[in-house]
Design a binder for this molecule. Sequence first.
Ligand SMILES: Nc1ncnc2c1ncn2[C@@H]1O[C@H](COP(=O)(O)OP(=O)(O)O)[C@@H](O)[C@H]1O
Ligand SMILES: O=P(O)(O)OC[C@H](O)CO
Length: 496
Amino acid sequence: MDKYILALDQGTTSSRAIIFDVNGDIISIAQKEFKQIYPHAGWVEHDANEIWSTQLAVATEALAKARINAVEINSIGITNQRETTVLWNKKTGRPIYNAIVWQDRRTSAYCDEKKALGLTEKIQEKTGLIIDSYFSATKINWILNHVDGARELAEKDQLAFGTIDSWLVWNLTGGKEHVTDVTNASRTMLYNIHTLTWDDELLNIFDIPRSILPEVKSSSEIYGETAGNILAAKICIAGIAGDQQAALFGQMCTSTGMVKNTYGTGCFMLMNIGSIPKISKNNLLTTIAWKINNEVIYALEGSIFIGGAIVQWLRDELGIIHKSSEVEELAMKVKDTQGVYIVPAFAGLGAPYWNQYARGTITGLTRGANKAHIARAALESIAFQTMDVINAMQSDADIAISELRVDGGATANNTLMQFQADLLQKKVIRPKVTEVTATGAAYLAGLATGFWKDIEQIKKQWQVDQTFNADTTIDHGQHTKGWKRAVKAAIANTED
Ligand SMILES: Nc1ncnc2c1ncn2[C@@H]1O[C@H](COP(=O)(O)OP(=O)(O)O)[C@@H](O)[C@H]1O
Ligand SMILES: O=P(O)(O)OC[C@H](O)CO
């Protein structure tokens, strides 16, 4: 009897496994952090073997915690940190280099060369993306050019590239399947989001052989089954989506114009724009939201590289809090930031600025500024970055967004959520189940196998926890001007 769905949520800092029942309720969760590797300033790597071993360990642990036998699992849904790039030897199954993480900036200069060649428009037109080291293409190129023997392996058809979903499917199926889904493919800068094919011209531009690429499938279908020795039962893998797209689906933003923002390490705002891939005029990305039953839905996306991570920075580098949750109490000790602004451009700035070289900046310090002002400014920086993205999104979509569905670790912070609502003058809505990324992956798998009948059935499972209504008497106009000046300063830091 298959009563449950197992969602594998492979994130930037941890691997998680969550088991859901047919009501969309969580039965058990297991989570393991893994090593972040920083070989040089601006470089970020993961050990792909550790990604796999932690993911397998948490899947096993989640089953054990719930006292569920693997045969009771209907199917597996996979969701993953996107863009992160793994190249592995198909014969041995071993990665030829660490995974290069989405945050890694080592290919910034190479991206500048491509921009200087005037390729920006062409690439945006085909892929919906802005040339940036964030995406997989330049990371693949770097590995091919820097790892001895990589190109020879590719010539012998022994090399595979994958985003993390591909890497997990490869391992789960015992090396049988080399696949990805459209949402992950759309983050590589090699995939044409109109024709839904790998694009030869882009492969040529980034000097990447076609032979290493995975086969691209929809987000909800049976891709293969787990090898017998993996989870003690053969379970079909039936859903794949990048984590932000999975969250859009888990938030049930299934109608055009609906928007969600995930406040995790970074913040990622996505708007469902329906079946026509509109290209942004305001430096947002156009990306594939999902493909189900041959219907492709697109999204506009604003990617903010540092969101909740600024709170980790307060904790780990400044030491002014001991736990992330303490930031709220500290920030509430003061009624405003006294003119202090933090622009957390630790990894450059993403949308809508796209400056690879901007760096973190604090402005407006006075003799009276203390750690509470810094904590408050850190939280506000998350909301201000979100404001910049939502303004760009409204302008692109030509609609006024009335509400924002939110999820992710930092949404536990009521002070931040209320400030966000006041700043945007919009409703901010937090659902009961905030694990919407894993929920989205579970839904995609369960829809493919008939565990759930259709989207209408699962829509009923989404429930509100709290709505933060905007205080309409607050005017943050002056405050916003201060933020804009601080962003200018963060960007000016990079100019000669
Ligand atoms: N109370 C809080 N206020 C603000 N940020 C928080 C709070 N609790 C956790 N966070 C932040 O949320 C992030 C973790 O959220 P999560 O959704 O698990 O992220 P990810 O999936 O990117 O690893 C961390 O960056 C952490 O600093
Ligand atoms: O792992 P997360 O949740 O921080 O998400 C990372 C994004 O997928 C990067 O594009």
